[in-house]
Design a binder for this molecule. Structure first.
Ligand SMILES: [Zn+2]
Length: 115
């Protein structure tokens, strides 16, 4: 059992009303503080993940220059993966945007759609 799993078990017991004095490991103040620290770290990580990464907040995640044809950039906008083509070098093509619905950020995995 990992330290995080032990912390989950510890807080599950407490949430279910098991008195701390009945928890063998709860009698040790250092252990209790360690469990609290792990819980705080997990909540901090969850809060950070909720904000997402720079890419699901608008930063272009890929650019490509196709010599003699056009430039391409890929980015996430809300819950859409956009592939934008621009700077077309031939007279027969024009800017094109491809949109794909996505549910998670392709870079950090953050959920983009509330279901
Ligand atoms: Zn992201």
């Amino acid at each position: 059992m990992t330290e995080v799993e032990k912390a989950i078990e510890y807080f599950r017991y407490l949430a279910n009303g098991v008195p701390k004095r009945n928890l063998l490991f709860g009698k040790h103040k250092d252990y209790e503080n360690k469990m609290r620290f792990l819980a705080m770290q997990a909540l901090q990580e969850k809060a950070e993940r909720g904000k997402g990464c720079e890419y699901c907040n608008g930063k272009v995640l890929h650019t490509e220059k196709y010599e003699g044809l056009c430039d391409v950039e890929v980015m996430v906008t809300d819950d859409i993966l956009e592939v934008n083509t621009f700077n077309h070098k031939t007279q027969y093509t024009e800017d094109v945007v491809f949109n794909f619905d996505i549910k998670h950020c392709p870079m950090c995995g953050r959920k983009l759609v509330e279901e």
